[in-house]
Design a protein around this ligand. Structure first.
Ligand code: PMP
Length: 351
């Protein structure tokens, strides 16, 4: 007998990090430990109830204009979405439309293979080397597209702009997406490459460096042609992705650059302090340019540390797959006080 279930699109969804209800030290989802700029609060309270009667601006003009001005681009070079997940998903749908496989690292953002499966995009993963570095030669030869985070997640390892320029130059046949979710925490952005190459899309988020994960704002910068294709797909799916409150909040964040830069520096300083402490406790880790550290202890099992920390109300992230990262923990950078407590508890666990 025929069964409707045979015609269902079956997927294994992405698993987001836990959002515990209780008050804990939350170092598991790379959120910013500081609140967004106070201007964001003013902007949100300035949104009138009456304005919510109407649909938001489908073109997201105020936010796109603010982002374009901030980076020195035209509005037509910018696309916005509901977090960078939405922007990336739309990028997969729009640009990865070839029979040739899309390439990305084996250890990377674990949403990429989920979108590839969802949209039935062929893909091949390319193993990182033993130091968790991307092997450039793996990305030679014709393919259906490339997506790489810089810095990579969950490793925190970053590559210079020149590394990406070589890849982009070698691939006029496809679009290269560079996911810069963490780039504000101290590394080189590839945004300027979008002026020179029309096949590169740089994706950013307000969730990490701008401390606005709860608002859901992501954006992409690329050539006008690329952005037009992306927008055409978006408008064929959902016209009103960004709500009125979020549009106002996003503009306010962009306008307070001083606050933004100061908080980013705070996170970087705490990250560097944490690196020193982790080394002293017998952890090793690739050098992180992000707001997290991917660390492995010389003798104590990662799952044991994870469980012990959790019992003490400290949440970090553990990935059991692929197997070669099962010994690692991804530790997001919290406030100084949170990291002091974390290190104090950790030292009891690994001693
Ligand atoms: N890219 C990478 C590499 C990430 O780690 C994340 C966070 N989970 C995202 C994109 C998506 O972030 P958001 O949707 O909050 O912008």
């Amino acid at each position: 007998m025929k069964n409707w279930k045979d015609n269902v699109r079956k997927v294994v969804p992405y698993t987001p990090g836990e959002q515990p209800k209780a008050k804990v030290i939350k170092l598991n989802t790379n959120e910013n430990p500081y609140p967004p700029s106070p201007l964001v609060g003013n902007a949100i309270s300035g949104v009138t109830l009456d304005s919510l009667r109407k649909y938001p601006d489908p073109a997201c003009d105020i936010l796109i204009s603010a982002i374009a001005k901030y980076h020195g681009f035209d509005k037509e070079n910018v696309f916005v979405g509901v977090g960078s997940d939405d922007v990336l998903a739309m990028g997969f749908l729009t640009f990865f439309n070839s029979n040739e496989p899309v390439l990305f690292p084996d250890i990377t953002y674990s949403f990429y293979d989920v979108w590839a499966e969802l949209f039935r995009i062929p893909y091949v993963v390319k193993p990182l080397d033993d130091d968790f570095k991307i092997i450039a030669s793996d990305y030679e030869g014709s393919c259906g597209g490339i997506v790489i985070p810089n810095p990579n997640a969950p490793t925190g390892v970053a590559e210079p702009v020149s590394f990406f320029e070589e890849i982009i130059k070698a691939h006029p046949e496809c679009v290269v997406i560079i996911d810069e979710a963490y780039v504000d925490f101290g590394y080189q952005s590839c945004i300027e490459l979008t002026r020179k190459y029309d096949n590169v899309l740089v994706v950013r988020t307000f969730s990490k460096s701008r401390a606005m994960a709860g608002n859901r704002i992501g954006y992409a910068v690329g050539s006008k042609e690329l952005i037009k294709y992306l927008s055409d797909c978006k408008f064929s799916f959902n016209s009103y992705t960004m709500d009125t409150i979020t549009l106002a909040a996003g503009v306010a964040s962009i306008e307070d650059d001083e606050y933004f830069k100061a908080r980013v520096q705070d996170v970087i300083a705490t990250r560097e302090w944490t690196k020193g402490q982790l080394s002293e406790l017998g952890f090793s880790f690739p050098d992180s340019k992000s707001n997290f550290i991917f660390a492995k202890h010389e003798s104590v099992d990662a799952v044991h540390i994870f469980e012990e920390l959790k019992k003490r109300g400290i949440y970090v992230r553990h990935f059991s797959k692929p197997e070669r990262i099962a010994d690692y923990l991804r530790i997001s950078i919290g406030t100084d006080e949170e990291m002091r407590t974390f290190i104090a508890e950790l030292s009891k666990i690994v001693k």
